[in-house]
Write a protein that binds this ligand. Structure first.
Ligand code: FES
Length: 576
């Protein structure tokens, strides 16, 4: 640990406020314009509060109030809070997908911190991509930074049943298409499934990534599991603001926290909570921002020995509110014992082991011990073969077990619109053993690798009672989804990966225990198809889309922009 405390003159903000020149006069006079006295900020750490509140983001509606609580903590600890709004990536509304803008927000976060007089930062996010985006930006900027998770919303309810975000949308949509519930039922579900501020309360990408942020040491202990409307969430916001000030004086920066042990803990935690497959893409990008090596092989290696302990939908039964009352993430981490790197540093200055030492489990069905794990291992599997030379992923516990080893004939859709037009065609040549394939859904093809990976079961099969089939794409899948869905196939079909070469009727072999995904077509035939393949025309000629298309990396490399991965530190701006 660093022992020497910074002096006020060593603060980064001192360069803006402390000098006796004309520029500093301007900074001070404009701060006075906002109603502050010099004593409000002089010699104090400026804490930038990067707030992803927006009227269009239902998961962050409480951030207007929470930011006041963060500010309260900053003031109490002797800092100067400055709220800086940043793009809110609203999962339900933003098209074509929030993933298209994750790197955009990461850049915005990094450049806000660089271009303004920030000494440290509180990062306020939670809805899916906001968490990795803010952390990626903060890691690259490397100013003291702490993450304040939005917290999950309360349980959903309908007619006495508990509803979970996403998972029950897919479930009841299938039941509606199968004719098992009415339009009126469906409308009632619409009213009851999301009933408070906060992010999705299943173990979707939001809960997964906020938990990963805590497991890698970027939040105060326990922060990720508190439901958004709970009074403890407000108190946590204040504590987080306070701690940000301390981190500045101690000069405790993201890359002091994010090392190989922190990444090991994040991956292990994601596996133990049955986290979203999206975490794979995000954690690879995060780790690489800090120069820490992470690839698909580490996920697979840790999956082979990490038990699934959190009984949360979609892999389990309960929701995040129940998880909090049962002890939350700290209790899961404690139950992992030696599977965790207990010496990893965290933002409160203590080790992960110290932070979870007194954690308790209050419901052993919701938070399991290793002996009574829901799944002993393999809550995630990395597949390779001639259909995915650079890897693909599947979440085995979310799939019907009989599909873990399966060979079937491909039913191929050229893109999403083709699938939407034909999937429910009564004449579609598909049966329960078919393998549904979707092309052009990857980082470039989607674009933005949308969450289309839980391809719908054809209506005629739903009516026969089929609820799971092998489905393959280069898309991602919402963490709230389930099924035998092979995702993140790399390289993607848009750039001519082998997925582009699959045709109707080809045999595809999925072997999860053997970690294989193969197209049973001869090499000679595949070579002939490849030479006949034509690259699609570029989707964007200008603007952000064009920059995105030029610089986005493939799923196995984290879908970061190639120029944002770790490298020489960008210099601070001159103040003149
Ligand atoms: Fe925001 Fe699910 S919609 S987390």
């Amino acid at each position: 640990m660093k022992l020497k405390k910074k002096t006020p003159e060593e603060l980064r903000s001192h360069r803006w406020y402390g000098a006796m020149d004309m520029r500093a006069f301007g900074h001070r006079s404009r701060t006075a314009q906002m109603g502050y006295e010099r004593s409000d900020y002089a010699g104090k750490p400026v804490i930038a509060i990067i707030n992803t509140w927006s009227d269009i983001n239902p998961c962050h509606t409480h951030f207007k109030q929470r930011v006041e609580e963060v500010k309260r903590g900053v003031w109490q600890a002797g800092g100067f809070p400055v709220e800086m709004p940043a793009m809110s990536l609203s999962e339900p509304f933003q098209k074509p997908t929030t993933m298209m803008y994750r790197n955009f927000l990461a850049m915005e976060c990094e450049e806000l911190l660089r271009s303004y007089p920030a000494d440290g930062a509180v990062l306020m996010g939670g809805c899916d991509k906001t968490t990795p985006a803010l952390l990626m930006g903060a890691i690259s900027m490397n100013l003291p930074a702490i993450f304040m998770p939005a917290g999950p919303m309360l349980r959903g309810n309908w007619g006495g049943a508990t509803l979970g975000s996403g998972s029950d949308t897919w479930k009841y949509w299938a039941e509606l298409r199968a004719g098992n519930i009415t339009e009126k039922d469906w409308q009632e579900i619409e009213q009851g499934i999301a009933r408070s501020p906060g992010h999705c309360m299943t173990m979707g990408t939001a809960s997964t990534m906020t938990s990963a942020a805590e497991a890698m040491g970027f939040t105060l202990p326990g922060a990720a599991s508190i439901p958004a409307p709970d009074s403890r969430h407000a108190a946590m916001a204040t504590l987080t603001g306070k701690r940000a000030v301390g981190m500045v004086w101690e000069d405790l920066k993201p890359r002091d926290v994010l090392d190989a042990d922190a990444i090991h803990n994040a991956v292990t935690a994601v596996l133990a909570i049955g986290g979203s497959t999206n975490a794979i893409v995000h954690l690879i990008a995060l780790a690489r921002r800090a120069g820490v090596k992470l690839d698909l092989d580490l996920f697979d290696a840790l999956a082979r020995k990490t038990p699934l302990l959190a009984n949360i939908r979609p892999s389990g039964k309960y929701l995040m509110e129940d998880f909090y009352y049962a002890g939350g993430l700290r209790a899961v981490l404690k139950n992992l014992g030696g599977l965790l790197k207990s010496g990893a540093r965290t933002v409160n200055g203590k080790t992960m082991g110290e932070n979870i030492a007194d954690a308790k489990v209050f419901d052993e069905d919701i938070i399991r011990c290793v002996e009574h794990a829901l799944v002993k291992s393999d809550s995630l599997a990395v597949l390779r073969g001639n259909l995915a030379p650079d890897g693909a992923v599947i979440k085995p516990p979310a799939a019907e077990a009989h599909l873990h080893r399966h060979t079937g004939k491909a039913v191929v859709f050229a893109d999403y619109n083709d699938m939407a037009a034909r999937i429910d065609d009564p004449d579609l040549p598909v049966d329960k053993d078919s393998v549904i394939v979707l092309k052009h859904a990857g980082p470039l093809g989607g674009p933005g690798m949308p969450e289309w990976g839980q391809l719908p079961i054809p209506q005629k099969l739903l009516k026969q009672g089929v609820r799971d089939m092998v489905r393959i794409s280069d898309a991602r899948m919402s963490g709230t989804s389930y099924g035998a869905c092979v995702l993140h196939v790399a390289p993607e079909s848009w750039i001519g990966g082998p997925l582009a070469l699959v045709r109707d009727g080809d045999l595809i072999e999925l072997d999860v225990p053997g970690r294989k995904l193969n197209l049973k077509v001869s090499d000679a035939e595949l070579a002939a198809r490849k030479s006949a393949w034509k690259a699609p025309a570029p989707r964007y000629e200008r603007g952000y889309g064009a920059a995105f298309s030029r610089h986005i990396t493939q799923a196995n490399d984290g879908c970061d922009f190639d120029f944002l991965e770790a490298g020489a530190q960008t210099p601070d701006p001159e103040i003149h």
